[in-house]
Design a protein around this ligand. Structure first.
Ligand code: BGC
Ligand code: NOJ
Length: 822
């Protein structure tokens, strides 16, 4: 069952009814000001940091689920009832949930358009954030389809957050007394704490003259009413309240008379503005906000033609970004995800890492170190400069011993002390992201950038030194079998082998009751081999052959260890616990085989020549693959094991306890391409591809246009149900798997490589890829079975599969690829 459809020409997903199984959301903004918006206009806005600089309130896990948003109410001032409904309604269905005659929501690239119709009154609201601005526009277009004049009241409504979202939700002792606003020329300014240390404020402006406003929540809603029945809307009358403490809101009332057939645009702006510290007040010495600096911005965006121009600029921006990689294959789901939604999601994951979505409250977590480095793998070709800056920010949170804070706060860029370090895989991901950046850009200067450790001035060392220490970090932490020690956890945050927690409420991630000198990770071993091999490549490029040899030997040494201690006969083991017993082995009763080391070790090149990779991937297929994707391990853990930690805390089939943790599936796709099995690789790709799952939206339940973190595994009662959409490493890794390994178009140190491993039924595909400023036009034609490729570049046959860098000034390169046959 579907709840909408894809409109690929406009790069939109069109939702056709408001009661989607879960709020289906979109992200607005991609520089400093951001908004999250659902298909019923729920969500919140913030400046840079969802926890520390939150503009509007949102209530997580509420009933109904999507509570709090940017709401517009319409009231028919001529009539008190329609079809037994009161004469007011929400244009986005929520929060009043009155029956709408028509409804449609279009989520596009950085914008959302919600259209509805009730009793001949059509409304359409276009929400977006203009490029480079710290404000969100809601452009409302009203059309009167009746045969007579309609006298309407329009109400806008948001609830301000008192900036720090955690404090706002907990510290009522203070919060009930600090709320302050100013209202001037119809603009509502939210200025809580502006009197003291803040020099920023929020505002809600409108292009029309107001009939009234309210800024105290209780005045707008009424004493015991909710957002579904504000008394001011019911009465059609505001009380011009000025908030003093309690809950400041921004609500405005506009009266509109629309003749038959008439259309009218009304613009609302929700914005954030900072003033110079020494010029905060006007007049100086007063407590009144200096509004001179913000007024020109407000005046500009209240003009409909400026709004239209800003919207067109946003569209053009995304056209240009997405144009960097466009593919045309025989499979519509591949095309749609690669060309539009997967790339779009990659931008969102790059921006937020795991900090802010409907499921990550933006309160509890900062930007993840391993997460951000992995997100970058799919993002780097979109805006390489941002990737560069992100790499330097991440490296600056590295500790002198090569370890890394697990998370950092985006506003302060400081490591998050609450979570700390000792997730022993973390530093290795930095090597992968830097290597991807170098391959994409050829900007070798980044290796010489001085970067501090733990953000401490005076400790700066070239970025290359950080990478060396990342590798050394693993080598300094080797366990009894010669495998890397796992620390608090590796990629699987819930495999907590040193935790041994028996106290409710303790954090599995930060509690450590064992010394940590025994438990080892085969996964980190695989990741180490991959990272050390990348380092050897980098060292060779910068002409440090000696070092390159050292890295290669370290990788070889680790590979030997994996075969000795990490191979279980038909697949790779997962780890060794604190008693040196294997995890992920046929010797175990539960958790006999795990997906992660199969993907990582084969990606690192293990067993490709001697058939053991094939054996491991067959084991994955036979034991872990389901119609909804590949589960994390089998059998699921049926009870809590003190020595395993959080992984066994989840009911079987959910999350890390044998859920389909989508992030890991593309590792298997890549591994399948490494052994030349294009059919299997693409089959795995389609099983979790959200567009390919659109028809089962009633089972999948999350958005059909973006990946979710998890799909419930076969052990769960809700097998096939997705959870925690949007912010997941799944986005970047799927993008890498499909574009670089299945379609096979990947940047290398030597040039662009074209080595597709595609399904046998594909007769052809075309790609246009901008790489280092040059447009590669690639036509792939199947001439027979198999993956053997023959490249013709600009009409000349090429040896191998890598197209070396063309001479300066080249704008376009045409490539013909024959695949299969002799
Ligand atoms: C969750 C895990 C998640 C981890 C991230 C835990 O609380 O249960 O699924 O991977 O947090 O840090
Ligand atoms: C989510 C975390 O953000 C990520 O870092 C981790 O690898 C996965 N969960 C798996 O535990």
């Amino acid at each position: 069952m579907k709840f909408g459809h894809f409109d690929d020409d406009r790069r939109e997903y069109v939702i056709e009814r408001p009661d989607t199984p879960l709020p289906w959301i979109n992200f607005l903004g991609n520089q400093a000001f951001f908004g999250l918006i659902s298909n019923t206009a729920g969500g919140y806005s913030f400046y840079r940091d969802a926890r520390l600089r939150r503009l509007t309130r949102y209530r997580y896990n509420n009933a109904p689920l999507d509570s709090g948003g940017r709401y517009i109410y319409l009231r028919d001032d001529d009539s008190s009832k329609y079809q037994d409904e009161p004469a007011y309604w929400s244009t986005s269905w929520q929060p009043t949930r009155h029956q709408l005659d028509e409804y449609q929501c279009r989520h596009g690239m950085g914008y959302t358009i919600i259209r509805s119709k009730v009793a001949g009154i059509e409304s359409q609201t276009r929400h977006f954030i203009p490029l480079g601005e710290n404000l969100e526009i809601w452009e409302l277009t009203l059309t009167n389809h009746r045969e007579q004049t309609a006298n309407l009241s329009v109400f806008s409504a948001i609830e301000f957050c008192l900036w720090d979202a955690l404090d706002d939700a907990t510290n009522f002792q203070r919060n009930y007394s600090i709320g302050e606003v100013e209202v001037e020329d119809g603009v509502i300014y939210h200025k809580t704490e502006y009197r003291e240390r803040r020099d920023h404020f929020a505002y809600l402006a409108c292009s029309e003259t107001l009939a009234g406003f309210d800024t105290q929540r209780e005045a707008f809603l009424g004493h015991y009413n909710g957002w579904d029945s504000p008394s001011a809307v019911q009465a059609g009358q505001m009380s011009n309240s000025i908030a003093s403490g309690w809950q400041p809101v921004g609500t405005q009332h506009i009266k509109v008379a629309l003749r038959a057939g008439e259309q009218k645009k009304i613009v609302f702006i929700l914005g954030y503005h900072e003033n110079p510290k020494d010029d905060k007040f006007d007049p100086p010495g007063s407590q009144t906000i200096n509004k001179r600096t913000v007024k020109p911005i407000i005046a500009r965006y209240l003009k409909p033609d400026e709004v239209e121009a800003a919207f067109q600029a946003l569209r053009a921006y995304w056209d240009k970004l997405l144009d960097k990689f466009q593919v045309n294959t025989p499979d519509p789901h591949t095309n749609r995800m690669v060309n539009i939604w997967n790339a779009y999601q990659v931008m969102v994951t790059f921006n937020f890492s795991r900090s802010a979505s409907y499921f990550e409250s933006g309160i509890g977590r900062g930007m993840g170190f391993r997460d951000s480095n992995q997100d970058l793998l799919g993002f780097v070709h979109l805006v390489p400069d941002w990737a560069r800056a992100r790499i330097l920010d991440l490296a600056a949170t590295q500790l002198p011993d090569g370890g890394a804070y697990h998370q950092y706060q985006p506003l302060t860029k400081r490591g998050n002390n609450d979570v700390g370090s000792n997730f022993n895989d973390d530093p290795l991901w930095l090597v992968l992201s830097v290597s991807a950046y170098l391959k994409e850009t050829g900007d070798w200067s980044i290796l010489n950038e001085p970067v501090p450790y733990d953000n401490t001035p005076g400790t700066e060392q070239p970025l290359y030194d950080h990478l060396q220490r990342s590798i050394q970090f693993t080598l300094d932490r080797i366990g009894p079998h010669g495998l890397p020690l796992i620390g608090r956890a590796d990629w699987n945050d819930c495999l907590n082998l040193n935790c041994f927690s028996d106290t409710p409420g303790q954090s599995f991630q930060t509690t450590t009751n064992k010394e940590g000198k025994v438990a080892e990770s085969v996964f980190i071993a695989g990741l180490f081999i991959l990272a050390a091999t990348e380092m050897a490549g980098i060292a060779t490029q910068i002409k440090h052959p000696q070092e390159a040899n050292t890295f290669t030997s370290a990788a070889q040494e680790m590979e030997k260890t994996v075969w000795e201690a990490g191979w279980d006969g038909a697949w790779f083991r997962r780890a060794y616990d604190n008693f040196s017993n294997p995890i992920g082995s046929k010797e175990c009763e539960e958790g006999q085989i795990f997906i992660e080391p199969q993907g990582m070790c084969v990606m690192a090149g293990l067993g490709i020549e001697d058939g053991r990779a094939e054996l491991a991937l067959d084991s994955v297929f036979n034991r872990l693959t389901t119609p909804h994707g590949i589960v994390l391990h089998q059998p699921a853990f049926t009870c809590y094991y003190l020595h395993l930690g959080e992984i066994s805390s989840y009911p079987p089939g959910y999350k890390e306890n044998a859920g389909i943790f989508c992030h890991t599936n593309p590792w298997i796709m890549i591994a399948e391409t490494k052994i030349g099995r294009g059919d299997q690789a693409h089959d795995h790709y389609l099983r979790i591809n959200p567009s390919a799952r659109e028809n089962i939206s009633e089972i999948h339940r999350c958005e059909p246009y973006v990946y979710s973190q998890m799909i419930a595994g076969r052990d769960a009662p809700k097998f096939g149900e997705a959870k925690n959409s949007w912010l997941t490493g799944t986005a970047a890794w799927n993008y890498v798997a499909i574009t670089q390994w299945i379609l096979g178009i990947r940047p290398t140190f030597e040039g662009l490589q074209v080595a597709p491993v595609i399904p046998s039924a594909w007769k052809r595909f075309e790609v246009q890829r901008t790489y280092r400023g040059i447009r590669y036009k690639i036509h792939v034609v199947r001439t027979g079975p198999g993956n053997k490729t023959l490249l013709e570049v600009e009409g000349k046959t090429l040896e191998g599969t890598t197209i070396s860098f063309p001479p300066a000034g080249t704008k376009e390169v045409s490539v013909i690829v024959k695949i299969g046959g002799d």
